[in-house]
Design a protein around this ligand. Sequence first.
Ligand code: NDP
Ligand code: GDR
Length: 359
Amino acid sequence: MVQVADKTALIIGVTGQDGAYLSELLLAKGYVVHGLKRRSSSFNTARIDHLYQDPHAADVRFHLHFGDLTDATNLCRVIQDVQPNEIYNLGAQSHVQVSFETPEYTANSDALGTLRVLEAMRILKLGTSCRFYQASTSELFGGMGNAPQHESTPFYPRSPYAAAKLYAYWMTVNYREAYGFHASNGILFNHESPLRGETFVTRKITRGVAAIERGLREKLYLGNLDAKRDWGHARDYVEGMWRIMQQEKPDDYVLATGEAHTVREFVELAFDAVGKTIEWDGEGVHEVGFDRKSGKALIEVDPRYFRPTEVDFLMGDPKKAREKLGWQHVTPFSDLVAEMVESDLRAIMREEGRNDLFN
Ligand code: NDP
Ligand code: GDR
């Protein structure tokens, strides 16, 4: 791996899925890594606890600071203290469905939060010495439908989350054009891992499969089984973020696999990983998934998980990233699903005191 000595990065959203993988990557490259974490009444650092270093030790390269994207003075102070060469803004209320429940907070953290970071860089005169990465999203394309989506596909946000991210996208472009910032957008399609938040559909499915397999629950309730997504592995995507930041010129890039699957296919593959074959019966809200062997209903559609406005089909065209960054995803879809199911099974078995089964 390339070693990058003497570089300091600030990761906003360090406690999230991508924050954890990116921290690992940057530490392995020799960076000093600072992360912004939110104050919480319960522990929120589980994904990065293995990276924790005693602050009293010599040569500490991983530091955490309390902070929040809704707090401009805090952002200014942390950035001033850290003096980073690279800022990765991964912080967000990142759940699309939750954004319909909390549209104002989502706008505050995801849209204005990004503006606050850019303004802090401007006030501190870091715009040209420090590079900025914005975690933009395929949700920007939303209702456009015309897959595969690429950097010039028009945007059509379909949720408060996507509309907030649209503002953040354009402010990143604007600070680049207005003030010469090295500011780039990574327009990332869905990426998952064993560290994925438990209520995103992939992790909800793999946790559900593991729980059903271990006899802890009977059935899994899901929403729209027809939605199609371009699912990659988060570990591959943080490599793409880093490559975007190493370009001499700032720019915007789609990172995607170029392959799409329905939620239904994800369910089938996840059950396949534990030797179960799913057969479907009924349509729409009445659709049920049965275990072929036992005849038991394991999946049921629950309309409470339907969204007021859905994004039906996202599939990205990663050609620009391949050609300019030399980036492409590595992990096949089937391996991603299998890794997530295995990880969730292991977690349950650890709780049961059964460490032997996977050895
Ligand atoms: P997660 O939800 O796992 O992590 C989000 C991170 O942001 C967490 O560390 C969270 O803290 C933090 N955060 C939330 N609100 C605030 C706030 N107000 N101030 C500071 N930090 C905050 O998301 P992912 O790791 O999956 O995604 C990273 C980024 O990439 C997000 O911006 C997301 O919108 C975007 N994205 C993700 C994609 C994906 O498929 N994963 C695809 C495209 C874009 P805490 O742990 O305390 O909740
Ligand atoms: P998404 O991810 O909205 O694409 O946003 P999510 O996994 O929540 O939904 C994907 C698709 O699955 C359908 N679905 C369900 N979704 C959830 N969460 N729960 C269910 O029970 C369920 N049943 C069906 C959804 O309707 C949707 O079509 C993710 C986030 O990481 C964003 O932050 C990121 O920007 C985008 O990916 C790219």
